[in-house]
Design a protein around this ligand. Structure first.
Ligand code: KG4
Ligand code: ZN
Length: 391
């Protein structure tokens, strides 16, 4: 089965084409034929964060050019001298009325493409920014009409988790292959991104229950906001972790929110406020002070995440922990968690490089490993708050 996957839930437009011989079972290796990400970060940086209307417009402009590149990478870009009939043109106009750039590209460029050898579309339909999600959804619907192939709606957060259960390798002939890692159950999932901080009990593949979550800001959001407070650009996560390397441990003492709350919930908004007060009191910050704040802020977030994840692994008798989401790009998080889990004999599964932050490959991986029934396109809608433990 060949899948085209589409991800537009936030500020990355991403497409991938993958192939799996499902006759060998759902855990058969996956071949990556193409994997592209077009980031909007430079555009959103001016606003200090993601601006949904801008994200929507940028996805709308980027999708068709990125599709052409992705098909070319996969060796599937074949020109044709076809044309859409009037009915198709009317349907596409109706579907893409709110995405004028995408409609124009679709009507002018797609008739000139031979239908590629793709069996299904895997699509992020939530959670995320609804205006951004809708662009990917409407594009998937358009391709489904044009190529007459089904669309499988996929949960973005499940994508983040499952990105960690495969390992990639490049074969001698240049083929990029993903193979399934051994995941021992029960497992604890830790999801940490710009919109989520959740601990999930995974009793067996595809069986999720929520055991804790943030009561206010997500941890990635806190990184982004604290970065702004000390004058660093968006996205804050990588900036804070870069400065933290030169910070003196303990030079600044921030709270460790909910460290001993006795449950698996988190709270990061008070920590951000503590940084705000501190910055207001300190006035103009020296470079070293910025590094010290970044260091203790990062230490605080990681301490709480590592302690609660480890405690959950012990209490639920987990044999593995799977982490996912943009904050897993943080090297210190991976190091500290690995050390804590090694001490209690629990394995840690984490994403390969490039699969921490948003990408379309994780959506394809999810569709191959946990295929969902395709939905009639009229029933596919943006689910901005779709939780991983909900159907
Ligand atoms: O998963 P993701 O790409 O998008 C969402 O689904 O939210 O996550 C983005 C988040 C941002 O808040 C960003 O600051 C954070 O991940 N992030 C990091 C690091 N790299 C990205 N946070 C901490 N340390 C990092 N190295
Ligand atoms: Zn994400």
């Amino acid at each position: 089965m060949r899948i085209l996957s589409i991800e537009t839930s936030c500020d990355e437009t991403a497409l991938a084409i993958t192939e799996q011989n499902e006759d060998l079972g759902q855990s058969a290796p996956i071949t990556v034929l193409a994997n592209n990400i077009l980031t909007q970060i430079d555009i959103h940086r001016e606003y200090g964060g993601v601006f949904p209307a801008v994200a929507k417009r940028e996805h709308s402009k980027a999708l068709v050019p990125l599709l052409l590149k992705t098909l070319t990478d996969a060796g599937m870009h074949i020109n044709s001298d076809g044309a859409f009939d009037d009915l198709m043109v009317e349907e596409l106009k109706l579907l893409l009325t709110r995405e004028p750039e995408l409609l124009e590209h679709t009507l002018t460029i797609l008739p000139k493409l031979e239908k590629p050898d793709i069996d299904a579309i895997a699509l992020t339909s939530g959670p995320g920014l609804e205006p951004a999600l809708w662009v990917g959804i409407n594009f998937a619907k358009a391709l489904s009409l044009i190529w007459n192939i089904p669309v499988m709606p996929i949960n973005h957060m499940e994508g983040h988790l499952l990105a960690s259960v495969v390992s990639g390798r490049i074969e001698e002939d240049g083929k990029h292959i993903l193979t399934l890692d051994k995941v021992e159950y029960p497992s604890i999932g830790l999801l940490v991104s710009g919109g989520h901080t959740e601990l999930i009990l995974i009793e067996k593949p595809d069986t999720y229950s929520l055991i804790g979550e943030t009561l206010d800001d997500a941890v990635g959001e806190a990184f982004d906001k604290v970065a702004r407070l000390i004058g660093l650009p968006y996205p804050g996560g990588p900036e804070i972790s870069r400065l933290a390397l030169n910070g003196t441990p303990g030079a600044i003492k921030l709270p460790r929110p909910m460290l001993n709350s006795g449950d698996y919930n988190f709270s990061f908004s008070g920590l951000k406020t503590a940084v705000r007060y501190m910055v207001e009191k300190m006035g103009e910050l020296t470079d070293q002070q910025k590094c010290d704040i970044a260091r203790d802020f990062e230490d605080s977030c990681l301490e709480v995440l590592v302690k609660k994840t480890t405690k959950a692994a012990q209490e639920f008798g987990a044999r593995s922990v799977v982490i996912g989401g943009g904050v897993t790009a943080n090297r210190m998080l991976k190091e500290h968690l690995k050390e804590a889990l090694d001490n209690i004999g629990v394995s840690l599964l984490m994403p390969d490089r490039g699969l921490s932050t948003d990408n379309a490959l994780m959506i394809a991986i999810t569709a191959h490993l946990h295929p969902r029934p395709a939905k009639p396109i009229s029933e596919i809608v943006a689910r901005g708050h779709w939780r991983i433990h909900q159907v």
